[in-house]
Design a protein around this ligand. Structure first.
Ligand code: T4K
Length: 378
């Protein structure tokens, strides 16, 4: 089979018509207001809170700052229980606040933190749980909530991947004390770089808003120590434009996901992502798991082999965060206690998925995956 002429990346950003961006820029130029809670920012904050079905939303310059500020606003310290199967930002935001990340194994099905293992990791120093809705699949939110209530812990969700995800019609951002979402260019919905904190409490929203603006209340009052986490007007404007196109983007991805499912359903050794009937998915990623024994080749082999066809899949999330040099000495980073995370990290492969991807290209990627398998020895 011939390689693709042009590289096929794991994702491509949604790009709205350039004239619309130019028009918005003209509006911003006219207003001479480029950042610090301008008109675009105000509108986006309002529309997004409705769209994501959350009572309060605070825009940020990215999801990492949104997580850091959430962590500070909720007063986390000491130890926080988290997952090793995530992007670097998750444990890093703890480390940057002098909080020790405590790595808990994941559930082998959802690939999210295993709620049944959290309790055994709680110590007198534990102040919270930082769980990730990895690839947009919701965590076991009810179990996590009951553990948190029982032990007096705070819950933050890293909802970076979970734009518009709902459980039984309820916005994913309404679970826990705070959730942070990413609007990075590689995400389904983006503001180039950006993010938001999603909240149930108006008091907390006020605190988060101060914290992302140096703790400034007004010209003469700085009420707490803060940083600069603000989203600017150009980012917010791109966000407003992209909102008009995001439903189409989701619909396109849904179609492509169905093609992947049909084409790969019967390929032995390839496990498809699980579907939960009560969850509204966003089709952010399409992540398969490759079982070396049944498929005949390892995930790493497939990843390299796909490159020969000009297909750039990604090993999200390998290596595990617990294997990073900065964390591997932590007791909980011992791989013996993270068996599910280790296999998930070794088997997952994110295949290309974005709205502008051609359906025939998806069929060809699947054909390549079938072709690679044919080369096995058994
Ligand atoms: N928590 C979790 C669970 C996360 O996954 C993330 C971010 C965060 C927190 C933090 O969110 P932010 O602070 O970033 O808002 C990418 C993203 O940079 C990162 O935001 C994302 N997770 C992570 C999963 O993916 P890389 O290192 O894979 O990005 P990169 O530059 O290799 O891009 C991937 C592919 O996307 C490229 O091969 C081609 C394509 N691409 C990328 C960019 C930036 C484009 O076509 N155009 C572009 O402009 O991290």
């Amino acid at each position: 089979m011939q390689a693709f002429k042009e590289p096929i990346y794991v994702t491509r950003p949604m790009l709205p018509p350039l004239e619309e961006v130019e028009n918005k820029l003209k509006e911003i130029w006219g207003a001479k207001w480029l950042t610090n809670f301008g008109h675009q920012h105000q509108i986006l904050e309002n529309v997004l809170s409705k769209r994501l079905k959350v009572p309060y939303l605070s825009l940020f310059n990215n999801c990492t700052t949104a997580l850091m500020v959430s962590c500070r606003a909720l007063g986390l310290s000491g130890e926080v229980i988290t997952t090793p199967f995530t992007f670097a930002a998750t444990p890093h935001i703890l480390a940057w606040s002098n909080i020790k990340p405590v790595f808990c194994d994941v559930d082998p099905v959802t690939m999210n933190i295993d709620a049944d293992k959290i309790e055994s990791m709680i110590t007198p120093k534990t102040t919270g749980i930082l769980a990730v809705h990895v690839f947009g699949t919701p965590c076991n939110v009810n179990k996590i909530q009951s553990i948190a209530e029982h032990y007096g812990l705070k819950v933050i969700y890293d909802a970076a991947h979970a734009f518009c995800v709902e459980i039984d019609g309820r916005g994913i951002g309404t679970y826990g004390d705070a959730s942070a979402i990413s609007f990075h260019a590689t995400k389904l919905y983006h503001t180039v770089e950006g993010g938001a904190v999603l909240l149930n409490s108006g008091e907390l929203k006020k605190k988060v808003d101060y914290m992302k603006n140096f703790g400034i209340q007004d010209e003469e009052h700085v009420v707490m120590a803060g940083i600069n986490g603000k989203m600017n007007e150009v980012q917010a404007a791109i966000g407003l434009i992209n909102l008009q196109y995001v439903d189409q983007e989701i619909a396109n991805r849904k179609k492509l996901t169905q093609i992947y499912r049909e084409e790969l359903d019967t390929v032995s050794g390839i496990k498809l992502p699980i579907i939960f009937e009560n969850v509204k998915q966003n089709y952010q990623y399409f992540v398969i798991r490759i079982n070396e024994k049944c498929y005949g080749f390892s995930r790493n082999y497939v990843y390299e082999k796909l490159k020969e066809y000009n297909i750039y899949s990604r090993k999200y999330f390998y290596p595990l965060c617990s294997d990073y040099a900065c964390y591997r000495e932590i007791e909980s980073a011992n791989r013996v206690n993270l068996a599910n995370a280790v296999s998930v990290g070794d088997e997952c492969l994110s295949l290309p998925l974005y709205g502008a991807l051609d359906a025939d290209d998806v069929r060809k990627i699947c054909a390549v995956l079938r072709e690679i398998r044919k080369g096995r020895s058994n």
